[in-house]
Design a protein around this ligand. Structure first.
Ligand SMILES: [Zn+2]
Length: 142
């Protein structure tokens, strides 16, 4: 039996309780990389991804929350993707202000479902305003 070698630069697993079932989040290695999965699997499918050093990327999420976070990210990314570098930071600053939370706490990977839904609403409203402004200035140019 060969023990799996601990990769260099990876920190010991972080102890975390599953917010859904109270189980413990255990770090696992998959072909997609490290992640934390609930000890209650397969009954509980809460997972959270890892930084390359093995720290969790956010808080554990079940399937509906994972979906909500993906949707929130997609709506948010529209605001800065393809724009020059400070755009992403500025977008996070704006989001922090719009949600009334600290910039340092503005991580979609840590948001709950209600906050994710709010992010989608806020980002869609903002993206809508921006495209309106673009088409208006486009027309006035003629
Ligand atoms: Zn669980």
């Amino acid at each position: 039996m060969k023990a799996r070698a601990v990769k260099a630069g990876i920190l010991p697993p972080v102890k975390m309780a599953c917010p859904y079932c109270g189980g413990s989040m255990r770090r696992r290695d998959s072909r997609y990389g490290l992640f934390y999965g609930c000890s209650g699997y397969p009954t509980c499918t809460a997972t959270v991804g890892c930084h390359p050093d093995g720290r969790p990327l956010g808080t554990p999420a079940n399937e509906p929350l994972k979906k909500a976070r993906i949707e929130a990210h997609a709506a948010f990314d529209v605001l800065w993707k393809g724009k020059p570098p400070p755009a992403r930071m500025k977008a996070y600053e704006w989001l922090a202000g719009a949600l009334g939370i600290l910039f340092t706490q503005t991580h979609i990977g840590m948001f709950d479902q209600a906050t994710c839904e709010r992010v989608v609403e806020l980002c869609k409203a903002r993206a809508g305003k921006e495209s309106e402004r673009c088409s208006v200035s486009g027309r006035s140019g003629r």
